[in-house]
Design a protein around this ligand. Structure first.
Ligand SMILES: [Zn+2]
Length: 467
């Protein structure tokens, strides 16, 4: 049976010894940031695969690990977590390089094949990046390629597409494994005991409910409270629909989802976002006024009044509370509407644009772009994918190029003006519906595949029009 990962959250009452947990978080984050800065580069590429031997055991042998002033289990977990993030970064870099190679019209088929192979062979990649000797496997020796040109291309691409070195600025969470915590039920209250800073000492935490966990947990510090995150594997549900049904989806201009069946979900999303933007603008204007007033009092030497303004009018607590209230509302609205799409439309497969590569800049005017702050985009993508997995719905990702620019009926290039798409032959139609129809049809398009370059897609579409 297939499974999907779900994060289960649990809350504590106020923790007496929160100071110790905060110290652990700070030290834990220090380990992670050291690992990021030391092992993210190309020099460490070959150390990552077996880091428990190449890094962890070395730290123990050389007594380097002592500097963390953390129980071994903590720095080891921090090391594992950071290395796993560095590996993800490398995967992303290689994916970007792969895309650039596929889209590079100056390369021959053989040359593309060569670079794509190298991206999978770390030891050869390492040698190329360090100008070291290496021998090519037999199947690569047969390829007709410009070797030196490709080596410097690979170096250039890796430099270009390697993201910034990760860094945790906020020190607010750490991971613990199964042996670093246990539970006790005392006077009908569930208490959790987490490994403290000193060997054999544990920090007591009273929990709000009586759920106990096993395995790895993430501990997040929130003021005097903690939140516990547990990744749970849950079974994928039976298919809702026995008949195959494919639906194209567009992240709509005026709604959350527009479907190729001309239905719309999450039509109030933009409303939500505009209201919040207005509220934030209003609050910021107010805060600026108080800020100026405080500065004025400070200048006049009226420290007491300045302090009062800082305390009562410029505090972050209420501000943050309202912000998180809004986030929760938007999240539950998004989830509700995605659920409604799944239960009402009963798709067995959805066709989506590759949102990772879609430039939202072209798709939305600036006022909407601002509102769709980054986390919301990421959140929609993540929830949609999660709920599809959970409900056994296939996801087909297609090339996004020009899906909102051509008419789905006749294929001509048309004009998109906010919510309306106009085709000179077929007339006016809903722009989101038109895009979702095009997205659906991309699945069956034999000449436009996911990695067909943008320019090439345009050529193909123009050729079809004139034919
Ligand atoms: Zn048309």
């Amino acid at each position: 049976m297939e499974t999907v990962v779900k994060t289960v959250r649990q809350h504590s009452l106020a923790v007496n010894n929160i100071k110790e947990l905060k110290e652990i978080t700070t030290a834990y984050t220090r380990v992670k940031n050291y690992v990021y800065s030391r092992y993210s580069g190309i020099n460490s590429l070959l150390l990552l695969k077996n880091h428990r031997v190449t890094i962890r055991d070395e730290w123990i042998k050389s007594e380097f690990a002592k500097r963390w002033k953390l129980p071994a289990r903590y720095w080891k977990t921090a090391l594992d977590e950071a290395i796993s993030n560095i590996k993800t970064e490398w995967t992303n870099t290689k994916r970007r390089v792969k895309l650039a190679v596929i889209n590079n019209v100056n390369l021959s088929e053989d040359e593309r094949k060569f670079v794509l192979y190298i991206l999978k062979a770390d030891s050869i990649l390492y040698a190329i990046l360090h100008n070291e000797e290496f021998s090519l496997p037999n199947k690569l020796q047969r390829l007709v390629i410009r070797k030196q040109y490709l080596y410097s291309l690979i170096k250039r691409y890796i430099r270009k597409y390697k993201g910034e070195i990760p860094y945790s600025y906020k020190t607010e969470s750490f991971m613990i494994d199964n042996d670093m915590y246990d539970y006790k039920l005392i006077d009908n209250k569930l208490k959790m005991y987490i490994q403290g800073l000193k060997f054999g000492q544990r920090v007591e935490i009273e929990l709000k409910d009586k759920n106990t966990h096993k395995g790895n947990l993430r501990i997040l510090i929130k003021g005097n409270f903690i939140e516990i995150h547990k990744a749970k594997y849950i079974k994928v549900k039976e298919k809702l629909n026995v008949q195959a049904k494919t639906i194209g989806l567009d992240k709509g201009y005026r709604c959350l989802l527009a479907t190729s069946e001309n239905k719309f979900y999450g039509e109030r999303l933009n409303d939500f976002l505009s209201k919040e933007t207005e509220r934030l603008n209003r609050i910021n204007a107010e805060r600026n006024k108080f800020w100026a007033l405080m500065k004025k009092y400070e200048k006049e030497g009226n420290i007491k009044r300045a302090e009062n303004i800082k305390k009562f009018n410029l505090g972050r607590i209420k501000y943050n509370r309202n912000k998180s209230k809004f986030d929760t509302q938007v999240k539950s609205y998004i989830n509700r509407e995605i659920n409604r799409f799944i239960t009402e439309d009963k798709p067995t497969e959805v066709v989506l644009e590759d949102l990772g590569f879609v430039s939202w800049n072209n798709k939305f005017p600036s006022n909407i772009k601002r509102k769709l702050s980054r986390w919301i985009k990421g959140y929609i993508k993540e929830r949609l994918s999660y709920k599809c997995n959970l409900n056994n719905i296939e996801q087909c990702i297609v090339n996004a190029a020009y899906t909102s620019r051509v008419c789905h009926k006749c294929g001509s290039f048309g004009v998109r003006d906010n919510e309306v798409f106009t085709c000179t032959h077929c007339g006016r139609m809903d722009a989101d519906y038109n895009a979702s129809k095009n997205i659906e049809m991309r699945k069956y398009d034999r000449s436009i595949c996911l990695y067909t370059p943008y320019r090439k897609v345009k050529e193909i579409l123009e050729k079809r029009c004139s034919a």
